[in-house]
Write a protein of this length. Structure first.
Lengths: 140, 404
C-alpha cells in the first residue's frame, strides 16, 4: 500500500502528541475506537472559556499510519478555532487533505468522532462545573 | 548492508543462483516437450524431468513415481482433497482438517461441503497444535481423509504429523499434509510421517514460482485420485498439461540444494531467529510470542507488540520487508484467523508481526532489524493512548469500548 506524502509526514513528524490534564475543567477529552478494531484515538482540547477558542490540542493514537495522520492533522486544524467552528469540521476534509484511499476513510471518521467527543466532554464539564467527572469516558 | 532487508521468506523466496543455472538451458536449447516420445528433444526434457522427480522424492523419502507435478501448492491441495473426495465418495463423506490451514485447503473443504461432504474443522490449542485426542474423537466410520498442514505459514508451528499419520492409518483413513512451509526447512519423510498425499511448492524453497508437486502414495495404501482437469493424461492421468520443464528442473534442483544444506542452514537460521527473539524480549516489555517455540520452524518468529498497531509498525520499519497479522494489511479488514484460532485476542492480533528469516539473511541484517523494531515500537508506544493507560494501571479489558 502506498501512502501519500502528507500521511507519511504526519506519521514521521506527528504534531501535538501528548496529554492534557483531563481533570482541568477547560479540557475536553474524547476517546473513540476499540483495541480489537485496531484503532483507538484520544484527542484532547483546551478551551479558553472567555473566547471559546481552542488554545491547545493534543492526541495519542493506536492505529495504522492513516489513523495517526488523521488525528495529528485534526489537532493542527483545531488550534485557533472556536468550539463551534470545530464542530463544523468534516471527515471528508481530512480525506481530501491526506488523500486517503477508500479503505482508510474510517480513520477520518474516527478523527471526526474524536473531535465531537472531546467537545461534548468539554461542554458537559462546563455544565456541571461543580461536580467534574472523575472517570475517563470512552465514547464514540 | 543493503536495504530494504527481506525477512518475509514465508511469503516467497528468491530463486537460488544454483537453481537458476540449472533451469536456464531448458528455456532455450533444451526446450523439448517431455511428452514427445520420438525425438531427442523430448527425451532430453523427459530425462531432466525424471531427474527432478528423483531429487524431490529424495528430499521427502518418497519414490520418484509418486511425484505429480502441478502449478503450485494451491493446485496440489485442490487436487489432493477434491481428488480423494471424488474417488472415495462411496466409502464416506467426512473430511477432517484444522482451523488454521491455508485458504487453499479451507476453501477447498468449504466447496466440498456445498457438494454434500461433511467437514470437521479441528480447533487448535494455545500453542497452535491440534489435540490428538480431539482428532481421534472426530473420526467416524465415514471419514475418508484427514488433511492437516505440516507447518503453519503464519506462526511456523509444526503439527504432530507422525502421530496423525499413525492415527489415520490405524483407521484406514488417508492423510494429506500441506507441507509447503516445512519441506526443505525441516526433515520431512512421508514414510516415517505416515503421509499419503503431500503438497509442496518450489517458490518457498528458493525455486521458481508457478511450479509445485503433489506426492501421491503408491504402496501401503495405493492412493487413487480423480483428476480435476481433463486433457492429455500426463502425470499418470492425474494431472494433464504439458510439463513446465524449466520450472520442474528448478524445483528439483531447489530440493537437492535444500537437502544438502538443511542441517547447516536450519542451525544458522534458528540462531539468528533466537537472537532476534531474545533481543526483542530483552529490550521491550509486553511482547508476546504467538505459537509454540518448541514445535516450530527454525526460521519463524511471530510476535505481538501490545499497544502498537501492526500496520503502523510496518510503516515505521519501512526498510524491512515483513508481514503483519493486522487487519489493516489484509483485504478483508479482519485480523488473522490463525491467531484468532490460537485464542489470541483481536487486540493483540492487530499488533502481530511475522518475521520469516531465510537463506540470504545475515547476522548483520537481523541485528539491524532488532534495532529498528525496538526503536519504532518505542516511538509508537509513546504515541499510543493504550500504552499510557496500561502504564497507569488501567485494565483495558474492563473498559467498554465503542466498537465501530
Amino acid at each position: 500500500m502506498a501512502y501519500s506524502d502528507k500521511v507519511l509526514d504526519h506519521y514521521n513528524n506527528p504534531r501535538n502528541v501528548g496529554t492534557l490534564d483531563k481533570n482541568n475543567p477547560n479540557v475536553g477529552t474524547g476517546m473513540v475506537g476499540a483495541p480489537e478494531c485496531g484503532d483507538v484515538m484520544r484527542l484532547q482540547i483546551k478551551v479558553n472559556e472567555d473566547t471559546q477558542i481552542i488554545e491547545d490540542a493534543k492526541f495519542k493514537t493506536f492505529g495504522c499510519g492513516s489513523a495517526i495522520a488523521s488525528s495529528s492533522l485534526a489537532t493542527e486544524w483545531l488550534k485557533g478555532k472556536t468550539v463551534d467552528q470545530a464542530l463544523e469540521l468534516k471527515n471528508t476534509e481530512i480525506v481530501n487533505e491526506l488523500s486517503l484511499p477508500p479503505v482508510k476513510i474510517h480513520c477520518s471518521v474516527l478523527a471526526e468522532d474524536a473531535i465531537h467527543a472531546a467537545i461534548h466532554d468539554y461542554k458537559a464539564k462546563q455544565v456541571s462545573r461543580e461536580a467534574p467527572a472523575e472517570t475517563e469516558p470512552a465514547r464514540a | 548492508m543493503k536495504t530494504p532487508i527481506y525477512m518475509d521468506y514465508h511469503a516467497t523466496t528468491p530463486v537460488d543462483p544454483r537453481v537458476l543455472d540449472a533451469m536456464l538451458p531448458y528455456f532455450t536449447g533444451k526446450f523439448g516437450n517431455a511428452a514427445s516420445r520420438n525425438h531427442g528433444y523430448g527425451w532430453e526434457a523427459e530425462k531432466a524431468v525424471d531427474n527432478a522427480r528423483k531429487q524431490i522424492a529424495d528430499l521427502i523419502g518418497a519414490n520418484s513415481k509418486e511425484i505429480i507435478f502441478t502449478s503450485g501448492a494451491t493446485e496440489s491441495n485442490n487436487l489432493a482433497i477434491k481428488g480423494v473426495a471424488e474417488m472415495y465418495a462411496e466409502r464416506g463423506n467426512h473430511i477432517i482438517t484444522s482451523a488454521i490451514e491455508h485458504k487453499a485447503v479451507l476453501d477447498t473443504c468449504k466447496r466440498l461441503e456445498k457438494q454434500g461432504f461433511r467437514v470437521t474443522y479441528l480447533p487448535v490449542q494455545k500453542d497452535g497444535r491440534i489435540d490428538l485426542q480431539m482428532l481421534e474423537e472426530a473420526i467416524t466410520d465415514k471419514t475418508i481423509l484427514i488433511t492437516i498442514m505440516y507447518a503453519n505459514n503464519e506462526i511456523g508451528v509444526l503439527q504432530p504429523v507422525a502421530e496423525i499419520g499413525k492415527l489415520a492409518h490405524a483407521r484406514k483413513i488417508l492423510f494429506h499434509s500441506d507441507a509447503v512451509q516445512a519441506v526443505g526447512k525441516v526433515p520431512v519423510n512421508v514414510a516415517t510421517d505416515g503421509i499419503d498425499l503431500l503438497s509442496m511448492s518450489a517458490h518457498k524453497i528458493y525455486g521458481p514460482k508457478g511450479v509445485g508437486a503433489l506426492y501421491v502414495r503408491r504402496k501401503g495404501p495405493r492412493v487413487q485420485i480423480v483428476a480435476q482437469m481433463d486433457g492429455g493424461g500426463h502425470e499418470r492421468g492425474m494431472r494433464s498439461g504439458t510439463l513446465n520443464v524449466p520450472g520442474i528442473v528448478g524445483l528439483g534442483k531447489a530440493c537437492e540444494v535444500a537437502n544438502a544444506d538443511m542441517p547447516e542452514e536450519s542451525r544458522r537460521l534458528s540462531f539468528l531467529r533466537d537472537k532476534l527473539k531474545d533481543g526483542i524480549l530483552r529490550e521491550l516489555d509486553e511482547v508476546y510470542i504467538n505459537g509454540s517455540l518448541e514445535h516450530r520452524l527454525p526460521h519463524n518468529l511471530n510476535i505481538s507488540f501490545a499497544y502498537v498497531e501492526g500496520e503502523s509498525l510496518l510503516m515505521g520499519i519501512d526498510d524491512i520487508a515483513v508481514s503483519s497479522g493486522s487487519a489493516c494489511t489484509s483485504a478483508t479488514l479482519e485480523p488473522s484467523y490463525v491467531l484468532k484460532a490460537l485464542g489470541v485476542g483481536e487486540d493483540l492480533a492487530h499488533t502481530s508481526i511475522r518475521f520469516g528469516l531465510g537463506r540470504f539473511n545475515t547476522e548483520e541484517e537481523s541485528d539491524y532489524v532488532l534495532r529498528r523494531v525496538v526503536e519504532v515500537v518505542r516511538r509508537l508506544r509513546d504515541l499510543s493512548p493504550l500504552y499510557d493507560m496500561a502504564k497507569e494501571g488501567i485494565d483495558l479489558s474492563k473498559i467498554s469500548w465503542a466498537a465501530h
